[in-house]
Ligand binder design. Sequence first.
Ligand code: 5AD
Ligand code: SF4
Length: 356
Amino acid sequence: MTMEPYAENDIIDILNSDDLRVLQELLQSAAKCRLENIGDKVYLRGLIEFSNYCDRNCFYCGLRKGNRQLERYRLSKEEIVQTAMLAFNSGYHSICLQSGEIDSPLEIDFLVEVVEEIKELSQKADKDSKGLGITLSVGELSYQQYKRLWEAGAHRYLLRIETSVPQLFGRIHPPSQKFETRVECLRALKDIGYQTGTGVMIGLPGQTAEHLLQDLKFFQAEDVDMLGMGPYIPHRSAPLSKLSPEQQLDPYTTTLKMLALCRLLMPDINMVASTALQSINPQGLRMGLKAGANIVMPVLTPDDMRGNYYLYENKLYKKPQELVEEINSCGYTLGLWEWGDPLHYKRRIKVKVGDA
Ligand code: 5AD
Ligand code: SF4
């Protein structure tokens, strides 16, 4: 597999380097690559965290089922649809519906209805548009369930692999959560036709540069369209926070390096400047964009619920307008009134059709 423009050893050295010049040079190359390949546009995805119930027990996450201190909420269909339409009317043409892992058929039925209603209303509201682009991020489901949601009108899906190294995956998840299942889910999503996104956490206890190199290879091998990567930030109610790492890569600078490397290795994908990156450093958004990110996801979850979507400590909240101003002040162009599909997906689909 080609890791051009870098040899695998170079990537390991870059990830392990403390030299600020190495980081600067890498960021500059990524910024150039981004402008040449996808231009200066930044697309917004309005994030609606519609429920914080979760049936899983990931060792790092504040929403884990075992966290009894968390007040749980679920938005009603009307609340979700209303928030989505507000987003649409303000120029966001893509939203992301996210929750803890959904597991019951009733919850799937609910989500199918929500997606159908949002599609119908947004297409009616602007007959010249394709309506709202809907991304889902609700965890591991069956092929049939993914298919139903696709048929209802969702067209993108985010499912982070968290780490592509099975042993490390096993250390941060209970045994019931299987690495292989997650890979199968990603393949099912692509097979159905979704624009498919994955990603990893960076700076996990015990995670090394070699592990991150494997992540880069995984993204390439799975030919993903979108990436969401962020620093690991401990949460006091999650057991992984009790583990004191022997060695740990600096989560902030290593995330910037991974973003830049991904942009260089996969120039035409969509990549998010994550909230976790913004939460860990006040320069996170600016630097994330500089490293090659072209997506920002302003949180649109209603005020009274938002505080309970508490994945990690000190999760940042910035008003959408503040984010927009910051993006503009960094010199990027906002891609409003359009879906902003990854160029990679368009090319991938063309190849598929061409092959047939
Ligand atoms: N630090 C950083 N990211 C986290 N996530 C969950 N817990 C944490 C944490 N402690 C991320 C995971 C998950 C997404 C919804 O949030 O990558 O896929
Ligand atoms: Fe649930 Fe996702 Fe958190 Fe795991 S990472 S506990 S599946 S919300």
